[in-house]
Design a protein around this ligand. Structure first.
Ligand code: PLP
Length: 384
């Protein structure tokens, strides 16, 4: 009998060792890891440069309070803002915390209450970020929730136009909904969101917790759609498995986040910051990112060409190495893939989500493709 709260339905697999794209379970069975710990280990497991950064910093000093200057945190903030149009960073430990920071900052800065978010979005499990989330199942039994959030249908510009007004503090969105099922809106939707924000003096908060730090082949997914967010939230891939989150934003917002207005004990401590710096040193590089885009495009095209002819497959979609296969019986297929040594993760009700590390090789992608085709074709034969 486990001494853990039963908050997770866990698989009977214990991953005990990881090396690059591969992980090994308690029976030494080898898997290709196309989950990356749900978009976290973007450089694969135990990347030598990240391990070296962790060792180096752990021999020096792990933690100091944010009451002291932290050089590693300053450097990390500089690196983050250097690669965006944004100016300032606040560090925390997770995606939910990054979104909490964004919500608090928005309310204090705008002095307005209403924040618009979207159905099927996911923003975290803390009270505020859960209230922002547009999925009923996540919120079941926790009401009454924070009343700040108005949830609108995703990709419905008419609804947004009706509801966004001068009393709206912010529009908060994932540009590609991750947990909701790799859902991308129309190009025009993003364009109009930006216009609505500018016209009504509304802040644009982009949750890049899942899509950021190179996952989609650009530093951030918003870059694909020409957006100009005021605030961007990050976590997951930022630390390659070392817990760290961040909120980055425009300089004008600083006035609302003075000393004492927000804080955290651990956020951006020397160890987390040094590890994250080593991650960004590798990922924030145009050659690296172009490779992510190239590999993602090829992989998606190959999946699409081979799978779309099957009646059980509805769509293959995504950007970079965030790819979803919408199909019947996704959970059965995920179990079959796992048995054949390929780990994937569900998204929404009917989507198999593929999240290989960003430095996955072409050979590993081909191997995963072959496994996917074998499992789908087998399933298809059984179905017909
Ligand atoms: N925002 C998005 C888009 C996410 O995908 C997630 C986690 O899946 C979160 C926020 C919450 O992040 P965390 O679990 O680190 O709190």
């Amino acid at each position: 009998m486990s001494a853990l709260f039963p908050t997770y339905k866990r698989k009977q697999i214990q991953l005990q060792k990881g090396n690059g794209t591969y992980v090994y379970d308690q029976n030494n069975k080898k898997y290709l890891d196309f989950t990356s710990g749900i978009a976290v280990t973007s450089l694969g497991h135990c990347h030598p440069e990240v391990v070296a950064a962790l060792h180096k910093q752990s021999d020096c000093i792990w933690h100091t309070s944010n009451l002291f200057e932290i050089q590693q945190q300053e450097l990390l903030a500089e690196t983050l803002v250097k690669h965006t149009h944004l100016d300032l960073a606040f560090f925390c430990n997770s995606g939910a915390e990054a979104n909490e920071a964004a919500i608090k900052l928005t309310k204090k800065f705008t002095k307005k209450n209403k924040i618009i978010t979207f159905n099927d979005s996911f923003h975290g499990r803390t009270f505020g970020s859960m209230s922002a989330t547009g999925q009923q199942k996540i919120k079941e039994g926790y009401g009454p929730l924070v009343s700040t959030f108005l949830h609108l249908p995703w990709n419905d510009i008419d609804q947004l136009k009706k509801q966004a007004d001068n009393d709206t503090a912010a529009i908060m969105m994932e540009v590609i909904q991750g947990e909701g099922g790799i859902k991308i809106a129309n190009l025009d939707f993003y364009k109009q969101v930006q216009e609505i924000c500018e016209k009504n003096d509304i802040l644009l908060i982009i949750d890049e917790v899942q899509t950021g730090i190179g996952r989609t082949g650009r530093r951030y997914a918003y870059e694909h759609f020409g957006l100009d967010p005021d605030i961007v939230t990050l976590a997951k891939g930022l630390g390659n498995g070392f817990p760290i989150g961040a909120m980055i934003g425009k300089r004008k917002l600083a006035e609302a986040f003075g000393p004492g207005s927000h804080g955290t004990t651990f956020g951006g401590n020397p160890l987390a910051s040094a590890v994250s710096q080593s991650v960004l040193n590798i990922i924030f590089n145009d050659e690296f990112l172009n490779e992510v885009a190239r590999k993602g495009k090829n992989f998606k095209e190959q999946l699409e060409n081979q799978l779309i002819k099957l009646p059980s497959v509805y769509e293959v979609r995504g950007e970079g190495l965030l790819i979803g296969i919408e199909c019947e019986e996704a959970s059965v297929l995920i179990a079959n893939l796992e048995e054949k040594g390929l780990l994937t993760v569900p998204a929404g009700k009917h989507v198999i989500r593929l999240l290989p590390p960003l430095n996955v090789t072409d050979e590993e992608l081909t191997s995963a493709l072959n496994t996917i085709l074998a499992v789908f074709n087998n399933k298809y034969e059984k179905v017909t």
